[in-house]
Design a protein around this ligand. Sequence first.
Ligand SMILES: Cc1ncc(COP(=O)(O)O)c(C=O)c1O
Length: 330
Amino acid sequence: MTYPNPEMGEGFLAAFPRRNRLHVPLRLGENLMDRIGNTPLLRLASLTRDLPEVQISGKAEWFNPGGSVKDRAAANIIAEGRRAGKFGPGKILLDSTSGNTGIAYAMLGAAQGFPVALCMPVNVSVERKRILEAYGANIFYTDPAEGSDGAIRYARELYAGNPEKYFYADQYSNDANWRAHYLTTATEIWQQTQGRITHFVSMLGTSGTFIGTTRRLKELNPHVRCISLQPDSAFHGIEGAKHMATAIVPGIYDASLADENMEIATEDAYKMVKQLARQEALLVGISAAAAVVGCMRMVENFKRGQRAIIVTILCDSGDRYLSERFWDEI
Ligand SMILES: Cc1ncc(COP(=O)(O)O)c(C=O)c1O
């Protein structure tokens, strides 16, 4: 069946030939939950132009309705909280966040009609704060010098002071976080690569994405190499990521799952944000760019001619960081 659009004319159809053969009916009226996950896997072709045997692809997580990978974890944490009878009418969802999980909670709260309270370092990007305000979340700002750990401590205090009032979602210790990726992200990657993935590379924040995806991929093929990435120092600009050696280690983190761990410098991530925008036409966020830096560094150490299908996670889009100073600096 074809769906020609009479307003577009011949030129449009010639420029986008696959539109002539659109056989997927438009999905109207889809609900929010159905739009979480199933993100495209984008090939970063120009980065590996000189290495035809290597493919690097990234899951474009900004296609989630809340604009980041964290929609997956937040949706599962809420669903599991309800199923376990811990969350329901009369309770406020409470958690600490560096922004994206908060946005996901706030969006789901608006959709499902529950209140959301978030603890967040005051120095997160202005775009994140504005989005949270737009969705109507209640925000408690914490000391930027204490980073995400300060936000965690404040959420714990609020909950301890009033446990009846809150459902403390606690993304750092909640198994529903990594299970979301075990059930969705890993399965999608497996299907999208037809089971041919050789390396999985992912940045660590709560570690939910890395832990859940790695657990499932290793079950599907124990030979898939899984590489975790983290910032190279406690004070870094890779929003959403954690320097495990100096941070409160998330309860769900299991360092033994990684075949290798690499440290990424913030400056390298900033440079890669610009390179991806200008060379791949992909405007990604800082942690996404850091993940690509990790992929490229790994490829540098490959033996000549080594074949690889590398998949990473592009956690969010660069339009969440347009107010950051690095755009003017490098
Ligand atoms: C932009 C960004 N990148 C990476 C991560 C890390 O993901 P995870 O918490 O699953 O380790 C997060 C988490 O909030 C994030 O917001």
